[in-house]
Design a protein around this ligand. Structure first.
Ligand code: HEC
Length: 152
């Protein structure tokens, strides 16, 4: 009888231990999932994180946010990409605090890594975009000759 009780006791303990382990591993699995799957804003497709609305406001005026949500880069490369847009694509200047927030968000949420397409050619190696400048030249020439009127 005594050994029967001991055996039952042991089985109960093992069962309890197993239950505790299962519960805890479940908990870990849930928290790992949470880290692996960031919240995505359904409208923009952007990862919701600190200052994401600043980035949305500054970076989705001229093109779809997809251009940067499908891009991955280090903070330095993000900075040089922004500089490239400021020099050649009409992007305005940011005050240092705003620039820091944008770069922190981008580098944290869109780091270099498994991208869905090949790595981009480094900014320093890109030729100027001939289509943008040719179209602009044509537009300005027509404007000068009065063939078209600038939009009000
Ligand atoms: C004033 C307009 C404008 C704003 C605002 C702007 N961009 Fe761009 N961006 C462009 C243009 C123009 C291109 C070139 C698009 C193309 O080649 O089709 C571009 C291209 C890009 C690309 C693709 C580069 C590549 O090599 O394919 C990324 C990434 C990008 N922008 C990110 C951003 C981020 C991040 C911000 C906010 C800091 C931003 N853009 C704000 C005009 C802008």
């Amino acid at each position: 009888m005594n050994s029967f009780l001991q055996a039952t006791n042991r089985i109960l303990r093992i069962g309890l231990l197993a239950a505790v382990i299962l519960t805890m591993s479940g908990r870990f699995a849930v928290s790992a999932d949470k880290e692996a799957a960031p919240q995505i804003d359904p409208t923009t497709g952007m990862i919701i994180d600190d200052d994401w609305m600043i980035v949305m406001g500054m970076c989705s005026v001229c093109h779809s946010p997809k251009l940067f949500t499908e891009y991955g880069a280090t903070r330095e490369t993000w900075a040089s990409l922004i500089e490239w847009m400021q020099k050649t694509q009409g992007l305005w200047q940011f005050d240092p605090a705003t620039k820091d927030k944008i770069l922190t968000y981008l580098a944290k949420n869109y780091p270099p890594g498994e991208a869905s397409r090949r790595r981009n050619i480094p900014v320093s190696m890109r030729p100027p975009n001939p289509y943008v400048s040719a179209a602009k030249a044509e537009y300005e020439a027509k404007l000068k000759q009065g063939e078209i009127v600038a939009p009000q």
